[in-house]
Design a protein around this ligand. Structure first.
Ligand SMILES: *Cc1c(COP(=O)(O)O)cnc(C)c1O
Length: 493
């Protein structure tokens, strides 16, 4: 697979790169990103031939079809990490909730969120590339909750990689914070910041541009890499499970070969949705990709009107914080794929300069042919959580937004698959409020209350967090981050 730059080339960077290179340095000319130049559909009998394949066999076949420049034994080792999910024989179970309504649960990995689907294999591959280059890498990440735990878990004790993770103190759920601060390994550093997620992100940005910081990295011979969701090394593992859920429905006799399905995706930075977009490019029979948003409904507006407009918006804090995003970075790859680099540069410059762009009528038509969208308020989300609970199903507030998109009359007679992105345990306070009307004082109280209502135990991996020793007690001011991270790097040297 060959990648080129979404905004064209400025003469200083390579015009075309392979997968490994795009993974190590995702940033391209004019602030763009590397993106697949084209994507060939799989053979017409591909799906039929994989009726009895395991998740790992299917994933390997798709990755081989994509022809990425990673040695097969490394890919196999990376995919073997799915064996550590709840059920090694089915790491991504598809559950039937109703006639024509299915949930593909992407959260059965070690940190109970969909981020594990991609970050688990990604961590192993990045470390193996770094070892082959005999180069030390530092990964810096700012998290609002789910990326941090999944990144720490995948890079723990991985050779040639050090990870520093910044989170807003008080800006994550208790469970998410504990998942981070209890991760004890010499190559991991977790730092809380007094402030919100924007403060954590801007602290990260100033670090990346700090001259003293970059000079010291050079002296230590440490390169920077990124594990954020625009990294194609993550996207590539998010375009496989759509095939798996399709095959699951075929096996269960719920659909016939070639039948089209509707995919509903709780979206933030558009990485999960982009995976579905590429799965459709690969030939999976997808009728529509439905983008679910919360009150930050930029994507709904974009799909309905062709206008991406940030100019009159402020970020709203919701009960689905992983979707509290206004500038969804991966939308750029859809623009590039459909309209080419010159037009993408034009549109992204308009967005950067004036906070908005408007697609023309023909472009908008192309978007609407592939995507549909709706947004779901926190109150509606609570109602869907309550309803699903009454029917015996526990789901988290991100997943709940898709119950809104499923209501559209156009999807009533179709086969709908909701992509569930987190286990309820990560957002227990929202569930306790929705189901029991409580205002719990902590996640620990909420976990117990929801578990009691449902007649289940709190899963051990979550319950045990509350008694684990805190390995990273540090919460600092923004201006102290640089020296803290340098100390961490020098200690490991
Ligand atoms: C990351 C995340 C999302 C959003 O996924 P994108 O790929 O950024 O659109 C939704 N729900 C949960 C729980 C997440 O962790």
């Amino acid at each position: 697979m060959i990648f080129s730059e979404t905004r064209g080339n400025d003469g200083t960077r390579p015009v075309r790169v392979g997968f490994a290179s795009a993974l190590l340095s995702p940033v391209a000319s004019f602030g763009g990103i590397y993106s697949p130049e084209s994507m060939q559909p799989v053979a017409p009998d591909f799906i039929e031939r994989h009726l009895t394949s395991s998740y790992k066999q299917l994933a390997l076949a798709l990755l081989q079809h994509l022809d990425i420049d990673i040695d097969t034994p490394i890919l196999q080792q990376a995919l073997d990490l799915y064996d550590r999910f709840d059920d090694a024989s089915d790491p991504v179970p598809v559950v039937k909730l109703d006639h024509g309504l299915f949930v593909s649960e992407l959260y059965h990995g070690p940190t109970r969120a969909f981020k594990d689907m991609a970050l688990q294999p990604f961590g192993l591959i990045l470390s193996s590339l770094a070892q082959r280059q005999q180069q030390q890498y530092l990964i810096l990440t700012a998290t609002s909750g789910d990326t941090g735990p999944a990144a720490l878990e995948t890079f723990r004790d991985r050779a040639n990689i050090r990870l520093a993770c910044l989170y807003p103190d008080g800006g994550t759920s208790d469970v998410q914070r504990l998942q981070m601060v209890t991760e004890d390994a010499a190559n991991l550093k977790v730092i809380g910041i007094h402030g919100n997620f924007d403060d954590a992100q801007s602290a990260l940005k100033s670090l990346l541009t700090s001259e003293s910081f970059n000079r010291r990295l050079q002296e230590l011979d440490i390169s920077l890499s990124a594990a954020n969701s625009v990294n194609f090394g993550r996207i590539v593992f998010q375009m496989l499970y759509q095939f798996h859920s399709y095959l699951s429905l075929l096996r269960q006799g719920e659909i016939g070969l070639g039948d089209k399905v509707v995919l509903h995706i709780p979206s933030g930075n558009f990485g999960n949705a982009l995976g579905a977009f590429y799965a459709r490019r690969l030939g999976l029979p997808i009728a529509k990709i439905v983008i679910a948003s919360n009150a930050n409904n930029v994507l709904t507006e974009w799909i309905h009107s062709g206008c991406y407009d940030l100019s009159k918006r402020d970020l709203i804090s919701t009960t689905s914080p992983a979707m509290d995003i206004l500038k969804s970075s991966n939308v750029e790859r859809v623009l590039f794929d459909l309209f080419g680099a010159a037009r993408t540069l034009e549109l992204m410059q308009q967005l950067d300069n004036s906070g908005r762009y408007q697609l023309d009528a023909r472009e908008h038509e192309q978007i609407e042919e592939i995507f549909a969208a709706d947004d779901c308020s926190d109150e509606e989300g609570r109602q869907y959580i309550r309803q699903a609970f009454a029917n015996g199903y526990l789901m988290d507030p991100h997943t709940a937004t898709c119950f809104k998109t499923c209501q559209a009359p156009a999807f009533a007679d179709q086969v709908n698959i909701i992509y569930s992105t987190a286990e309820w345990t990560k957002f227990a306070s929202v569930l306790d409020n929705a189901i029991n009307g409580n205002e719990p004082e902590s996640d620990q109280v909420a976990l117990a209350a929801v578990a009691a209502s449902a007649g289940i135990e709190v899963p051990e991996s979550i319950a045990s967090l509350f008694s684990k020793p805190i390995a990273h007690p540090m919460v600092v001011e923004k201006q102290d981050i640089e020296s803290e991270i340098l100390q961490f790097l020098e200690a490991g040297h």
